[in-house]
Unconditional design. Structure first.
Length: 209
């Protein structure tokens, strides 16, 4: 929520600075300088956050929270969503999965119609092990692009993780049964030793005189 009204010139200056950092981040991402790209994206957010979506402070059209449309999302929120999506992509390449989810979630909230943000969020969920959440997002994305190869890759990753989870569960169950069987065998062996001891005849020695 903005509390300070930006003049048109102030808005344009800050907006231009923010977009310059965004563009610098994009180039660094292409160069696979992901940590440096993140710094540029962070500075872009600092410039763009807090700006009025409407620099002239004109009344905006009311939004229907029940039936939002992409037109309801301001251009500024769309830009913020793109930057945060790019940050999520950097974190994914750096294997910082918690940050992937945090950035992608923020991007998705800024613009629920940003499909790349939704996809990055799904990727983060998969790697965190939240498969049902990821599958729900992929289902929504595949309605528009059912043959997208990137979605197929993530589906295969889900299948692989599910197999790993099943194998781990079977291994844990085997370990549990093995431990139980070992305890049972030890108890039976102890009981058998006690029985043998009870059945052993006593040896009486005669005293010598």
């Amino acid at each position: 929520m903005t509390t300070i009204t930006e003049t048109s010139s102030e808005y344009e200056s800050k907006y231009a600075s923010g977009m310059a950092h965004k563009n610098a981040g994009n180039q660094l991402f292409k160069d696979e300088e992901f940590a440096k790209a993140l710094k540029e994206y962070y500075h872009a957010l600092l410039y763009l956050r807090g700006l009025n979506a409407n620099p002239m402070d004109l009344a905006s059209a009311p939004r229907d929270p029940e039936k939002p449309t992409e037109e309801d999302v301001s251009d500024l929120d769309k830009d913020l969503s793109i930057i945060q999506t790019n940050m999520a992509a950097c974190h994914l390449r750096l294997d910082r999965i918690d940050r992937v989810v945090a950035c992608a979630d923020a991007a998705h909230k800024a613009n629920p119609f940003n499909k790349k943000a939704k996809f990055k969020l799904a990727q983060g969920y998969i790697r965190q092990g939240w498969i049902p959440k990821a599958e729900k997002l992929l289902d929504e994305l595949e309605k528009d692009s059912p043959r997208d190869a990137a979605f197929a890759v993530e589906r295969r990753l889900i299948a692989s993780k599910e197999k790993e989870a099943e194998a781990k569960q079977r291994s844990e169950m085997r370990g549990m049964f093995d431990r139980a069987n070992n305890k049972l065998a030890a108890a039976e062996a102890a009981a058998a030793d006690e029985t043998k001891a009870e059945e052993q005849p006593a040896v009486i020695r005669k005293k010598t005189t």
